[in-house]
Design a protein around this ligand. Structure first.
Ligand SMILES: [Zn+2]
Length: 178
C-alpha cells in the first residue's frame, strides 16, 4: 500500500470527468487500498475521490465517523459508479478539500440523499443518509465530474475563506476536512 500524491488546484486534471469502473479486479483492490491509505494519512479527512490522485475513475471513499460531531454515519464506505437516486432539502455548510488546502467555503447541498453505487466487490449498494455525511458524498461525487467547491459557491467574495495557519501537530478543524 502507498499514500498517493493528491493533486491541488489549479491542476487541470481536477477539471476532467472520470470514467465508470467496470473491472473489479486485483488492480482495483490495490488502488482502493492506496486511496484508503491516502485518506487516513490526512488528519481529519472524511472523504477522497479517485481523480484527486489523477485516476479518472468513478470511485470515492468516505468516512464521516472521523468527524466527531457527525454522530450518525455509516463509517468507511467505498462507493463505485455512484448515482444520486433521490435528494431533498437544501442546507448551507462549510467545506474543505484536500485539493484546495488553503481554503474553506460555504456551499449549499441537499440535506438528505439516496445513493446507488457498487461496493469494492461489485455488489450493488443503496445508501440513505443526511446532513454531514450526505454533504461529504455530494462533495466527493462532484470531483468525479470535475467540479470543485469553488464552482459551487454563490459568491467568491463572501463564501470562500482562507484557512488560518495552524501548527502542524494540531488536528485540523472538524468542519473543514473533506
Ligand atoms: Zn474535495
Amino acid at each position: 500500500m502507498a499514500v498517493l500524491e493528491v493533486l491541488t488546484y489549479p491542476n487541470p486534471e481536477l477539471k476532467k470527468v472520470s470514467q465508470p469502473v467496470s473491472n473489479f479486479d486485483g488492480e482495483l483492490q490495490n488502488f482502493i487500498a492506496d486511496l484508503s491509505e491516502t485518506l487516513y494519512a490526512s488528519p481529519g479527512c472524511v472523504g477522497i475521490a479517485a481523480p484527486q490522485t489523477g485516476a479518472l475513475r468513478r470511485l470515492i471513499i468516505i468516512d464521516a465517523s472521523r468527524n466527531q460531531k457527525c454522530t450518525s454515519n455509516h463509517g468507511r464506505q467505498v462507493l463505485i459508479n455512484p448515482e444520486i437516486t433521490s435528494q431533498e432539502g437544501s442546507v448551507m455548510g462549510r467545506e474543505g478539500c484536500l485539493s484546495l488546502p488553503d481554503f474553506t467555503a460555504n456551499v449549499v447541498r441537499a440535506n438528505s440523499i439516496e445513493v446507488a453505487a457498487m461496493n469494492e466487490k461489485g455488489e450493488k449498494v443503496v445508501l440513505k443518509t443526511e446532513g454531514f455525511e450526505a454533504r461529504v458524498i455530494l462533495h466527493e461525487m462532484d470531483h468525479l465530474d470535475g467540479i470543485l467547491f469553488l464552482d459551487r459557491v454563490t459568491s467568491l467574495k463572501t463564501d470562500v475563506f482562507r484557512r488560518k495557519r495552524v501548527p502542524e501537530k494540531l488536528p485540523l478543524p472538524d468542519d473543514a476536512a473533506t
